[in-house]
Every structure is written in C-alpha cells, then in structure tokens.
Design a protein around this ligand. Sequence first.
Ligand code: FAD
Length: 321
Amino acid sequence: MARKFLVLGEVRDGSLRNVSFEAIGAAKLAADGGEIVGVLVGDSVQDLGNELIQFGADRVVAVENDQLKQYTSDGYAQALLAVIEQEKPEGIFFGHTALGKDLAPKLAGKLESGLISDVTSIEEEGGNIVFTRPIYSGKAFEKKIVTDGVIFATIRPNNIEPLAKDESRSGDVAALSVDIKDLRTIIKDVVRKASEGVDLSEAKVIIAGGRGVKSEDGFEPLKELAQVLGGAVGASRGACDADYCDYSLQIGQTGKVVTPDLYIACGISGAIQHLAGMSNSKVIVAINKDPEANIFNVADYGIVGDLFEVIPLLTEEFKKL
Ligand code: FAD
C-alpha cells in the first residue's frame, strides 16, 4: 500500500548529514512506492533541497525563518507541525541524532502519536510497517508497529543503506512560510569544542582507545591510523575517566552508540557497558595484550600484543595500499 512519508534533512554547518540520506532510504522501505517528501528547516536551507531529491526524495518543503537559524525544539516543532498539517503524511523520519532524539518525541507527544526510536531495519509484514530496534543495550532486538496516528521514527546512523545519489533526478523545492512565535528558548551563540576529523557517530572506520593507551600522548598512534584510514578516534570510558581524552569521544552505554564498518579497539578490555556502544559494528578488530580480555569474545579479528607496537605496523601497511 503506497504511503507518503516525510524525512527531515538535518543540516550541520551548511551541509546535510549523511543520516538524512539513510532516513530517505528507510522511508523508501516504509512508503511501498509512495511519495517521499524531504523537509528542510533553518534560515537558509532551500538550496540543499536538490541534494535530498538526488538521494531519493520526490520533492522538498523548506521552512525558512530567521528564528530558525539555530536549532530549538520549540522553533523546529512549530515548523514541522505546519509541514505535517500541510502534507498529512503517514509518518515522519529523523536521524537518531541529538536533534532527532530531542525533536521526534516532542512532536509525537504533541500529536499523541507513536514513536519508534533507534530503528535499525524496516520490513513490510501483512500490510504493517514493522520496525526493528535494539533493546537491553543491543543484546536483543524488538519488532514494533505503530497502530495509531502519524508514525514517528528515528533511524540509527550507518544501518540502513542510502539510495545511490542520482544527479539526474529533479523535483519541486517549495517554500512554506511559518510564523514562528513565542519561542521559550533563544540561542544567542553556539561555542563548539574544536573537533578534529570525521564525525564519530557517522564514521565508517573508528579507532578506539582504552585505558591501555596510558596517556593523552598514547592516543597519537591511534590518531595517525585513523587519518590513514579516513576514520575517527573514539574511546572507552576508562580512557575518558583517566583524562586521556575528551568525554565527547566516549563510546558505550553512557556514551555514543556507533555502528561503523570497521571498529578497531585498542587497549580496551571489553566491559559490557563498552560493548553496548559498539558491538553492532560490522567488523571488529581487537588489539590487547591480555589474551583473556573479554573484547576478544566480540571481535572478528584479534591481535594479542602491545598496541604501541601493533598500531604503527598497521599504519605502515595501510599507507602502502
Ligand atoms: P580497562 O578495563 O582497564 O582495560 C584496559 C585494557 O587495556 C586491558 O584489557 C589491558 O589488558 C589492555 N592493555 C593495557 N596495556 C596495553 C597495551 N600496551 N597494549 C594492548 N593492550 C593493553 N565504559 C565505556 O567504555 N563506555 C560507557 O559508556 C560506559 N558506561 C558505563 C556506565 C556505568 C553505569 C558503569 C558502571 C560503567 C560504565 N563504563 C563504560 C565503564 C566500564 O564498566 C569499564 O570500566 C570501562 O569500559 C573500562 O575501560 P577500558 O576497557 O579502557 O579499561
């Protein structure tokens, strides 16, 4: 049964985040041949509409307003409610990002609709759209359907394949004017921590360090390997607690959940709380000098050895490719 879905295109620093294209891929699975409408919200976003279309949206609605320059849940909710009112979709998909996790439940609550968060796959079963999501920190999966109202879903990054970009696709990018009022929060300024390289939550390759890295300087060989592989550096909480790196790098139950194609765990023991954030990575390589370390139980490839000897060797070999 063909259904119409909206997909929020998430913009960061003037560019669309990859997870927006993955959310279009997810919406295609749910729409069963129906229409996919991309939605853009911000102060100057309309120009990005074509990119959403090239990744599979049929057309785009853009809400531009000075008050939407910075993200506030209040402002974005007003914009999206107006789009939902105009389009009357079956559902709306977001990336499972800080923004999506904040906005989707707010809208679902306002419309008294169901929300399925952290979706990793979508199938059609007996006329229902069945969403799969991890539970118990990734140790099990549950399948869910929404029985009433607009379907709200957040899509886990790096799980559902985006459609291939097709530059020949074209479609309508229409502006929708929305009067944004009574904002309860006004963001005056955003001060970002300087971050190097690839965004951790969307990285295809992650080199993560644990307490075995031993110091802030101990992360240098990991950074070099990450640079050679075009990846990002992550960390265990052990490394963050020891002040070897910033908490923004923490992966796990109380950190980021990542699903890269390749995860290289260096000097990480494999505590259950760490595994909660990375065990769904496609290929896991563990480097640890303790052959009994729990990380080897989830690793596809294990290297028993000193990370300060193994990592430079790997870096040299990868440089040759
Ligand atoms: P360790 O357990 O100390 O392991 C260090 C490893 O390095 C050892 O296996 C050792 O053999 C190896 N090693 C040492 N030197 C070398 C060397 N030269 N070469 C190779 N290997 C070497 N942890 C997280 O990571 N993420 C979370 O989100 C998280 N949330 C938590 C939430 C709660 C409520 C609690 C209670 C804990 C949480 N933890 C989390 C902490 C978790 O339980 C572990 O303490 C932590 O993951 C351990 O970090 P680690 O593996 O770096 O350190």
